[in-house]
Design a protein around this ligand. Sequence first.
Ligand code: NAD
Ligand code: SER
Length: 317
Amino acid sequence: MLKEKKTLVIGALGQVGRELVEALQNKYGADQVVASDIREPETFNGIFEVCDVMDKDRVFAIVKKHNVGTVFNLAALLSATAEKNMALAWKLNMEGHFNVLNLAKEKHIDRIYWPSSIAVFGPNTPKQQTPQDCVMDPNTVYGISKLAGERWNVYYHQKFGVDVRSLRYPGLIGYKSLPGGGTTDYAVDIFHQALQTGKYESFLGPDTTLPMMFTEDAIRATIEITEAPEEQIKIRSSYNLAAMSFSPSELAAAIKKHIPNFEISYNPDFRQQIANSWPQSIDDQLARNDWGWNHQFDVDELVDVMLSNLRESVLPC
Ligand code: NAD
Ligand code: SER
């Protein structure tokens, strides 16, 4: 990423982390990427360090040991899990972020990538083509922590010159790893169940439209924004980012084109209320203008690539 310095990924064993580490290793070499997580991997090819992001001394020791220049801090509790453990979600999502921001403020690292989310928006945010700047009144623990994190990004950039970059990811869907406790997880689970049992019971209602993205697009965006020349990064809070939007019934219809007997049923739970507070589509023109963002996967391509890859790994019951 920055010449002669390594890249550290914190939260490397999660849905985003696994794919990001693989992409960074392919690009820079396995000896240039340090993966870390609070838990040990079963198997791992490359450099791995166990680390709790809330332990600043441990993060600092890893940064020094490996001569790290750029840190991707992905460790967080996601929306659904955060509602069940408010105190830990706030502590992890804020304290972990501060630890990395402060390492940059103290000039131990040069650059930070930290993901935000569509969860920063709330019930009074415009639902369609949600603009970059508008009413933001998140009503989830997760959304409040992400919005606070965005404002700290701006503060640390303005006051201390910290080079922090961020994207508001939509719901992420990929076949290489499983999601970690979000409201959009149904859109991954549905593919596994469609192949295993031919049926899926959705925890969101049929017409719950949300912004979504294939993980390959999200990983590319993550690397592109982190590598972009500094003058192209005009927004330091977090950029809106978009690819597609769909509801569970629309996704089921797209899956049915490949698996005609697939059946979906609906049993909304507490995650419905979270989803109802989020936008349905996102205006990401500023990311497209400022650093050249362009998505490649729409819903039909997503369904194609998910089913063809999972077919090889998921055996029907
Ligand atoms: P995930 O839950 O799959 O992975 C998070 C990882 O962090 C896990 O491997 C976990 O073991 C690790 N972790 C937890 N506590 C830790 C700690 N104290 N120290 C170090 N590691 C710890 O999450 P994800 O989907 O990969 O999300 C990554 C980031 O992207 C998060 O900040 C999340 O808010 C953001 N995001 C994700 C999505 C999505 O749809 N996946 C959407 C918007 C934003
Ligand atoms: N996909 C994430 C979640 O549902 C959005 O940040 O929590």
